[in-house]
Design a protein around this ligand. Sequence first.
Ligand code: PMP
Length: 404
Amino acid sequence: MEKDQIRSNQALVEQGKQVVMNTYGRLPIALVRGQGATVWDADGRSYLDFLAGIAVNALGHCHPQVVAALQAQAAELIHVSNLYWIEPQVKLAQLLVDHSFADKVFFCNSGAEANEGAIKLARKYAKKTWGPNKYEIITMEKSFHGRTLATITATAQPKYQKDFDPLPAGFRYVPFGDLAALESAIGPQTCAILVEPVQGEGGVNIADQAYWQGVQKLAAEKQVLLIFDEVQTGFGRTGKLFAYENFGVQPQIMTLAKALGGGAPIGALLATDEVANAFQPGDHATTFGGNPLVTAAGLAVMNVLVNEGLLAHTEKIGAYFRSKLEDLAARFSLIREVRGLGLMLACELDRDGAPIVAACLEKGLIINCTAGSVLRFVPPLIISEADVDQAVAILEQVLTEAGA
Ligand code: PMP
């Protein structure tokens, strides 16, 4: 069989099963093209992608400015090592600093890698500033921080850790949203609290303003760094550029990935000057981190996000979508709760969500299910009311057929 002639779902699925490691529960279609909120499979069928937010995020698929930036940069300079200064990297760092609490940025390639860097930076800063026994990181039950050894350890969910032990030492877990539990967990060895502003993989779980204010106060009182994992919430997803803005608090360290490159693989670790200065030359590095291609894509994403009113649109369309989901919840008893922030929305069901996800896919809507029973909606921020109406109509049909 000529490899480059394969262009059907079935052929790609069959060949993929033979040669690609079996680590994902993949659905039986191959996606080959995307534009805005729409993707096409290898058989030419189109789908409304309400899951793009966990990767391509804000601008949707193949945004013309991201494509143009990638094409222009690819023709100019694709990669040089971080032994030199890289123009789009410097410019993207400047934009991130201009629009966040942070003073310094380190670029890497993924969310897990950004969190690894955050853990290293927090420990280095704490040891240098507060003494050698400050090393422990407190994280939240139901969190998700990545799939490397340190980040599965930070991820306080046994299913991600099972059979990969021994795991790195120095992590402690508390329930998300429980300030008293957090307070009693903080000890003299604690150096940082690592937390998602809205838990993504754990089921789109939110905490209120009072919790966040309390966390910030506790961290300051007890000499503990606050690290926000904004890998999923960052870049406008919650209606603010960064989710911490919703709560009137600020971390000292923040991690980003997913949306930052509009689909190009890039992660970032941001910190205040004081904390960032704990890293000295030779302390941390990665070959492709912040290379010209991905940072050129990131610059295009930032420019569109900041300059084209997408954040206000996200709040408005998010509220519209949420009200439609609440209408469904009032009519279908299997929906227990609608929750989320901005365009990071979810319906908690009274049952396994996988059959609903599969039935939506059949009808041309891509969503997914987290924590077993939570339907998650993270569409590109550029979606229109008509896109929401179409998605809700499909969901309604699926729920009707589910007989609930
Ligand atoms: N942190 C959060 C909050 C995430 O949602 C994810 C990915 N789902 C990660 C970290 C890991 O990112 P990556 O897959 O890019 O390593």
